[in-house]
Design a protein around this ligand. Structure first.
Ligand SMILES: Cc1cc2nc3c(=O)[nH]c(=O)nc-3n(C[C@H](O)[C@H](O)[C@H](O)COP(=O)(O)OP(=O)(O)OC[C@H]3O[C@@H](n4cnc5c(N)ncnc54)[C@H](O)[C@@H]3O)c2cc1C
Length: 349
């Protein structure tokens, strides 16, 4: 019988599990049921009592590695914590969220226990083979080839991509937690602080319901023969404020900064969506002033509902790439939409 361990960690507040951790828990519960495997959930954090209560309803054994040394992400302490949890359970299968914190330690942990790691897993399921085995799905070659992977090696570590399933929702029962002791190696790395991208309207928000894409058209000459970059910035930032959308961009727009052309100052290559950019997962996407060429739209693979605003009725979006194309001036459309959203936000407050 497989012994499944789901590794989780607390979020920045220190008091709750990350959403991606709870998604891994949901995956673990489903697979443990399908494979008739035993399931244990491991938590890493300074304080783990409150976070453990989010696991109510799983009926899983819950182990925790806790203490000040585990407050911050650090290779030596996180790897030691995960290794201790894997050994305590004698796990044969390990699910973990592909967070920055766990993605960097899991291959090392797998090596220490003679296991194997697969990354970028988007789905897990019971295989079709005679004896129930686990099958994991992942994409290769920039999301062009989808593979289903089975492995004999145990323990098998799977880093699950965030946003690929609904997180576990607790039922409110009390959860008993067992503490696992960890012998820490000498810690050479001291965490003195965190430097993170500015939080604000320009933030990339993976959990947002809407992806808003700005294309190069925002900085091009408009029908009056003028460029309106300052107005474009205001419109886009206002839209992000009232919609809480995540901000994406076309490659042409973010490349312009290197070409001394008019730019939107809050965009970087991290915002780029597409073949040489990101492939985010949002339920809805709205492209504005963007042509919708294939290398860009390939990054929209996991966007469920797609809409675009472009002046060009023959743009790529019109050729089957969008569910709805508004052939219109995005400056006017977004100004109007911002007004409507602001009214609605005010009414809801
Ligand atoms: C190998 C390779 C990899 C690439 N990878 C990527 C990638 O990862 N991501 C990516 O985005 N691109 C990528 N590209 C580039 C891609 O092919 C396009 O050149 C790019 O996406 C075009 O960006 P755009 O649509 O913003 O700009 P443009 O093609 O300049 O389109 C601007 C659009 O804005 C419209 N417009 C202008 N003013 C308004 C207005 N007021 N209202 C409404 N619409 C308006 C215009 O009609 C036009 O359709 C790649 C290309 C190659 C060759």
């Amino acid at each position: 019988m497989e012994k499944l361990l789901v590794l989780t960690h607390v979020d920045e507040s220190g008091g709750a599990l990350t959403k991606a951790s709870l998604e891994a828990v949901a995956a673990g519960m489903e697979i443990a049921g399908a494979l008739e495997a035993s399931v244990t959930i491991g938590i890493v954090g300074a304080q783990t009592e409150a976070a453990a209560q989010q696991l109510a309803g799983t009926a899983a054994r819950v182990l925790a590695v806790r203490g000040e040394a585990f407050a911050e992400a650090r290779y030596a302490s996180d790897a030691a914590a995960c290794e201790a949890l894997v050994r305590a359970v004698g796990a044969t299968l390990v699910f973990a969220p592909a967070s920055a914190r766990f993605a960097r330690v899991m291959p090392g942990v797998a090596y220490r226990v003679g296991g194997f790691t697969d990354t970028h897993i988007t789905a897990v399921a019971k295989g079709e083979m005679q004896s129930a085995t686990l099958e994991a799905t992942r994409w290769f070659y920039r999301q062009r080839v989808e593979a289903v992977v089975r492995r004999e090696t145990r323990p098998w570590f799977l880093l699950l991509e965030a946003g690929t399933r609904a997180p576990w929702e607790s039922t409110g029962d009390a959860v008993a937690v067992e503490t696992v002791a960890v012998e820490l190696p000498a810690l050479r790395t001291r965490v003195t602080g965190v430097r993170a991208p500015k939080q604000g309207e320009q933030t990339i928000r993976p959990d947002a319901k809407v992806l808003f894409v700005a294309g190069a058209g925002w900085t091009k000459k408009q029908p009056d023969g003028q460029v309106h970059a300052a107005e474009a910035e205001t419109l886009i930032l206002n839209f992000l404020r009232v919609s809480d959308a995540s901000l994406g961009s076309s490659k042409s727009l973010v490349d312009q900064s290197g070409e001394n052309q008019t730019v939107l100052k809050f965009l970087t290559h991290l915002n780029q969506i597409g073949q040489t950019g990101a492939t985010p997962r949002h339920p809805k996407g709205l492209a504005t002033c963007c042509h919708g060429e294939e290398p860009h739209v390939v990054g929209w693979r996991f966007i469920t509902e797609r809409r675009a605003v472009s002046l060009d009725p023959n743009c790529g979006w019109a050729r089957g790439k969008a569910d709805v194309l508004y052939v219109a001036d995005a400056f006017k459309v977004i100004a109007k939409v911002n007004g409507l959203l602001a009214e609605r936000k005010q009414a809801n407050n």
